[in-house]
Design a protein around this ligand. Structure first.
Ligand code: ADP
Ligand code: MG
Length: 756
């Protein structure tokens, strides 16, 4: 047995040359023990057949290329100083690159001349730069790939993949490969820490390699198939452990007690359903039943409600809240911004009518009270709201982060609804849940549709409901990209707004910044600015020195409102601004006037991004649309086409159609399917960013998995993991798995699972 936790210096026998200090060079990469080295996995693989293209090199980067020796130059004495130089030209079938070696004396090039014979295949590493207009690697490291000594198979097995490790100049790829090979050669068939810990039925069903075989396969694959098997085992293992951890978290809450809540035949929920002006959609009906069944159980509901923009999530949530009120409890609705909280209050009170008149003269006999609690409320209003929550008089409490504060008390909190989840961390949703006297039921609503596997990975402890259809009568929304360099088109945009106003309809104009003084987009509602970061448009460039040519800063609300006001087409229109820097009362006032039709145009930041619901609004203009992300634009577009009126979404952009941003806008104009757009969005960004955003800034803890490319694998692993955890809740029959889960939960996954 090899002690893999021993320092590398004791595991790797001293070599010669660079290898004399190999443990030291490896330490530079943070690799101290044998185990560290084995888990330093190749970043990718070079295949002999498909050479790594020289034309993809980036100057200044440490690179590894695979190419063939074309010509070998004669050693030359250096003119300026002592020493000699020799150059070797390599080609990858398309482009060429020069390797430049330096020695004190010309005869010292002997070994290189012997090794680098034209026709031989070489893996060369070094820092790429250009010299006299040609790519070169100066003082490169190289290894011969068709060298018989370099492995039995080299000459015969042309398809053996070559691992390329994260490497540095000091610790090049060949050195890492060499050390890994030395270490692997010492290992027996089994080693401590590499015992099989996945349940045997899972191993058989998936045809998984044994752990150590998988590690060997990824470090020293003999064939592409073997590599594939090794990678599959490691990815599956990662997915399985993660999903087992999530399943345990889910089961542990399911084991807690909650107060069952059911609607009564003649209660507020029934009264509300009776007066609904439209029938529920099939999805709303189905999901409503799922939720009602769970609320009626003595265990806390843990549900994620997904649905595209406009699918009617709020109504589903409201019916759940009323069920809880019927059952004698209270419900809290947590919104990410004050604008949204205020709007929820308005729309929920409006939907409830006299059912919201609890404690008031003329209220319905089943009526309850709905109160708002936000950070910016005046002291008196705040005190009253706090009292209504604490006394139980308020059946529904709507608020922002302020609801999470310690002194906010509820008489009997039965349900927590978190709206637009992406802005709340797991800790926050747990903080609010801790306010119940049992554990309150939990309903999480996402603003942005999430591809299924991302949901499973991020919210794997929640059951998922999807509203898969939009209410009928949803009008078409036409999306058009308006190039900023076509003034006639831009003119047409403002005319369009005027035409809609003449028909009594409203328009939004959204900008990336509040003011021209702002360096960065400041909004998304100020209060949620931190959590917002990943969803905000790329920061506008700093207006540093005038000399530097950079992209033009994004247009600001303050500028655009002047442009719109000054345009001949819009004269006489009622135009105002909305952004996070306004006082809360002013924000409220603008939204109020806009929704009642007393304003024609609101020029705003992304405060209107999520949830804002003004059915009479029919035009959405986004200025500098290329500065926004796909999901964000989809959300913005979701603000229109709500009230059965056909909508127009005009994306003003200076990006060329072929650029990445241009392609994003084209995709948007081609589809309204939020799930499809979310997938595109995810493909565009690094997946870590997406996972990171929901983990309050923590780095993604996924090491090998990609939530999109490994979607099927994650789904299979989840099912298998749930089955194992359901049958063996504390994993006492699977000690190896229990240890792996514990390691995962205590390590970098802590934030991920909200168990900090
Ligand atoms: P989202 O899922 O984006 O939060 P909302 O809850 O804001 O969607 O609903 C969008 C609009 O659709 C609201 O004006 C709401 O009143 C309306 N709506 C919800 N359900 C139905 C339905 N079954 N039939 C017609 N309109 C509905
Ligand atoms: Mg909503």
């Amino acid at each position: 047995m090899v002690n893999l936790d021993a320092p590398l210096s004791s595991l790797l026998p001293p070599g010669t040359g660079k290898k004399a200090d190999r443990a030291k060079w490896l330490a530079g990469l943070g690799l101290e023990t044998g185990r560290d080295l084995l888990w330093h996995l190749p970043r990718k693989y070079a295949e002999r057949g498909a050479l790594t293209p020289i034309r993809d090199l980036v100057a200044g980067e440490n690179v590894s290329i695979v190419a063939e020796v074309l010509t070998v130059g004669e050693p030359q004495r250096l003119r300026q100083r002592d020493g000699a130089r020799m150059t070797v030209t390599l080609g990858d079938g398309r482009d060429e690159i020069t390797l430049t070696f330096f020695m004190a004396k010309p005869w010292q090039f002997g070994p290189h001349q012997q090794a680098l014979v034209p026709g031989r295949l070489v893996l060369a590493s070094g820092t790429a730069d250009t010299f006299n207009g040609r790519w070169q690697l100066a003082k490169p490291d190289y290894e011969l790939l068709d060298d018989a000594e370099n492995g039995v198979a080299a000459a015969t097995q042309v398809d053996r993949p070559i691992p390329l490790y994260p490497a540095t100049r000091d610790c090049p790829n060949w050195l890492i490969r060499d050390c890994v090979t030395v270490l692997l050669d010492q290992l027996g068939a089994t080693e401590d820490g590499f015992e099989e810990f996945l349940p045997v039925e899972v191993v058989l069903a998936e045809g998984l390699l044994a752990p150590l075989d998988a590690v060997r396969a990824v470090h020293a694959p003999r064939t592409p198939e073997e590599l594939e098997l090794g990678q599959h085992r490691l990815r599956y293992e990662e997915a399985f452990v993660l999903q087992a951890a999530l399943a345990m978290r889910r089961n542990s809450t399911a084991g807690l007690r909650a107060i069952p809540r059911t609607a009564s035949d003649r209660g507020i929920a029934a009264a509300f359903d009776e007066r609904l002006p439209f029938p529920l959609t099939g999805s709303q009906e189905r999901v409503g039943k799922e939720i009602a069944a769970e609320l009626a159980r003595p265990h806390p509901m843990q549900r994620l409600l997904q649905g595209d923009v406009g699918s009617g999530k709020t109504l589903v949530a409201l019916r759940a809240m009323l069920t809880v009120v019927d059952g004698g409890g209270q419900a809290a609705l947590l919104a990410p911004t004050e604008v949204l909280a205020a709007q929820h209050l308005r729309s929920i009170t409006a939907m409830l009518g006299d059912l919201a008149g609890g404690g008031m003269l003329g209220g319905h006999e089943e009526a309850t009270r709905v109160v708002l609690l936000t950070g910016s409320m005046g002291a008196a209003a705040r005190r009253e709201a706090l009292l209504a929550a604490a006394s139980g008089e308020a059946g529904i409490v709507i608020g922002t982060h302020a609801l999470l504060q310690e002194h906010v008390q509820f008489a009997d909190l039965g349900l927590v609804v978190v709206d637009e989840q992406h802005r709340f961390g797991v800790e926050q949703r747990d903080a609010l849940r801790a306010k119940g006297n049992g554990i309150p039921h939990l309903l999480v609503m996402t603003a942005t549709p999430i591809p299924r596997t991302v949901a499973m990975t991020l919210f794997g402890d929640l059951e998922t409901s999807v509203l898969s259809e939009l209410p009928p009568g949803r009008a078409e929304v036409q999306t058009v990209v308006v190039p900023l360099d076509k003034p006639a088109w831009v003119d047409r945009t403002w005319q369009r707004i005027a035409e809609e106003a003449a028909l009594g309809r409203q328009s939004y104009v959204v900008c990336a910044r509040i003011d021209t003084d702002d360096d960065a987009p400041a909004d998304g509602a100020q209060e949620a600015a931190e959590e917002d970061e990943p969803l905000l448009p790329a920061p506008a460039p700093k207006k540093s020195s005038k000399k530097k040519e950079g992209p033009r800063p994004a247009a600001a609300v303050s500028q655009v409102v002047e442009v719109v006001r000054a345009h001949p087409a819009t004269s006489g229109l009622r135009i105002d601004v909305l952004h996070g820097r306004l006082a809360p009362a002013d924000k409220d006032d603008v939204m109020q006037r806009f929704s009642t039709g007393d304003l024609d145009v609101v020029v705003a930041t992304t405060v209107v991004e999520v949830g804002v619901d003004v059915p009479n609004a029919s035009v959405m203009v986004v200025v500098d649309a290329d500065r926004f992300g796909i999901s964000q634009l989809h959300q913005l577009r979701g603000r229109i086409g709500r009230g059965g009126l056909p909508g127009t979404c005009l994306l003003l952009s200076g990006a060329s159609p072929g650029s990445r941003a241009g392609r994003r806008l084209t995709a948007l104009s081609n589809t309204r399917d939020g799930f499809e757009l979310a997938r595109l969005d995810l493909e565009e960004r690094r997946e870590g960013d997406v996972l990171g955003s929901a983990q309050s800034g923590q780095r993604s803890s996924l090491q090998l998995l990609g939530v999109l490319k490994d979607a099927d694998l994650i789904a299979t692993a989840r099912e298998a993991a749930r089955a194992v955890v359901d049958a063996d809740p504390d994993l006492s029959a699977h000690p190896g798995l229990a240890a792996a889960v514990a390691a995962r939960v205590s390590g970098d996954t802590e934030a991920f699972l909200g168990r900090a």
